[in-house]
Write a protein that binds this ligand. Structure first.
Ligand code: ZN
Ligand code: ZN
Length: 350
């Protein structure tokens, strides 16, 4: 089944005759076309790829679509022309459209049906070629962590360490970072989304390094916590707790498992040891760094074979330090195929 056909199969359930997709990553997923300003109008037996003059030449090489040239301001243009292009009711990406964009589409006078996460749900189950791409980009990250772990980081600032990670991603063949590198040392390691700064990494600290590479559009995501010299008993216990919670959650991953239940495995273990849980266990990864399914307390997702998800519990000691260990895995019928290969034993960089 082509990706466009997979979307067509959802039309009836949505009560729509046409699906208007404008989120750039979803347009890329459906057609292979990369543009910051494009839409696909998907009906039962044709698909229109709409984009402005800057992209029109590239759009003409896309198979399976008819190309329509728009003005630069896509939403108002669609508002004026949608009547000629789409059979109503028209489903649209309600969680991706701005209020102004919605008003522009509504000017068409067509019956509009809000839909959420329809293409995102299709994207959450990866095809073989997507899995191959994610294996390659994770290979970049794996090499980066091996090389970083062989370096002395004590005395460097977090920002310097983050820059070194960025260099290594390029040296190992990555196209780009999947997201800005997080390096959190000492008390900053207690803040899950810390921005790497001017703090110098000191002895006796944990150093959280969270990084991913982008390669051929696909992302990888890995976190390891390095140790700078000897940890005191409290930080050492936090490390062992995080590692045990991560391994237990990993063992609970398989198709058919509820994302809530897998999250609860790590959450319960960390809470019972007396720590607060500051974030969900993980998220899907693919063309974007945060995709479906989410693994969290509030998640209603059921894991499916072909999902690619992170398993990344954290144990945080406010003001003192923290530990996070993140693997990227493919969900299979038998369990988790772990793509991240770097050791989860504490590696000293001091
Ligand atoms: Zn990460
Ligand atoms: Zn992550």
């Amino acid at each position: 089944v082509s990706r466009l056909d997979a979307l067509r199969a959802e039309l009836e359930r949505l009560g729509a005759a046409t699906f208007l997709v404008h989120h750039p990553v979803n347009v890329r997923y459906l057609t292979g076309f990369e543009s910051s300003n494009a839409a696909v109008v998907v009906g039962p037996d044709r698909a229109l790829l709409v984009t402005d003059g800057r992209y029109i030449e590239a759009a003409r090489s896309v198979a399976g679509v008819e190309v329509v040239q728009s003005e630069r301001e896509l939403a108002p243009w669609l508002g004026g022309r949608l009547r000629d292009l789409a059979e109503p009711p028209v489903a649209f990406e309600a969680n991706r459209l701005t209020y102004a964009g919605f008003e522009a589409l509504a000017a068409s006078g067509l019956d509009l049906t809000p839909a959420q996460d329809v293409v995102e749900d299709l994207r959450s189950v990866k095809e073989e070629e997507e899995l191959a791409a994610i294996r390659r980009t994770t290979g970049v990250t794996n090499a980066v962590y091996e090389r970083l772990g062989a370096q002395e980081l004590v005395g460097s600032t977090e920002a310097e360490a983050a820059w070194r990670v960025e260099e290594l991603v390029h040296e190992e063949g990555g196209d780009d970072l999947a997201f800005p590198v997080i390096v959190g040392s000492g008390p900053n390691a207690a803040r899950p989304h810390h921005h790497s700064g001017e703090r110098r990494i000191g002895a006796g600290e944990t150093v959280i390094v969270d990084a991913g590479a982008a390669l051929t559009g696909y992302c990888s995501d890995c976190t390891r916590t390095y140790v700078a010299g000897e940890l005191d008993s409290e930080l050492h216990a936090a490390y062992e707790l995080c590692r045990a919670a991560q391994e237990e959650a990993l063992a609970a991953v398989r198709s058919g498992a509820s994302a809530h239940d897998v999250d609860a495995v790590a959450r319960t273990r960390i809470r019972e040891a007396g720590h607060e849980v500051l974030h969900g266990l993980g998220h899907g990864v693919g063309l974007e760094i945060h995709e479906l399914p989410r693994l969290a307390d509030t998640s209603e997702a059921i894991l499916a074979a072909g999902n690619v998800v992170t398993i990344e519990p954290g144990v945080y000691l406010p003001g003192r330090g923290g530990v996070r260990i993140e693997d990227l895995v493919i969900v299979t019928d038998d369990g988790a195929e772990v793509l991240t290969s770097y050791t989860k034993a504490p590696v000293s960089v001091g």
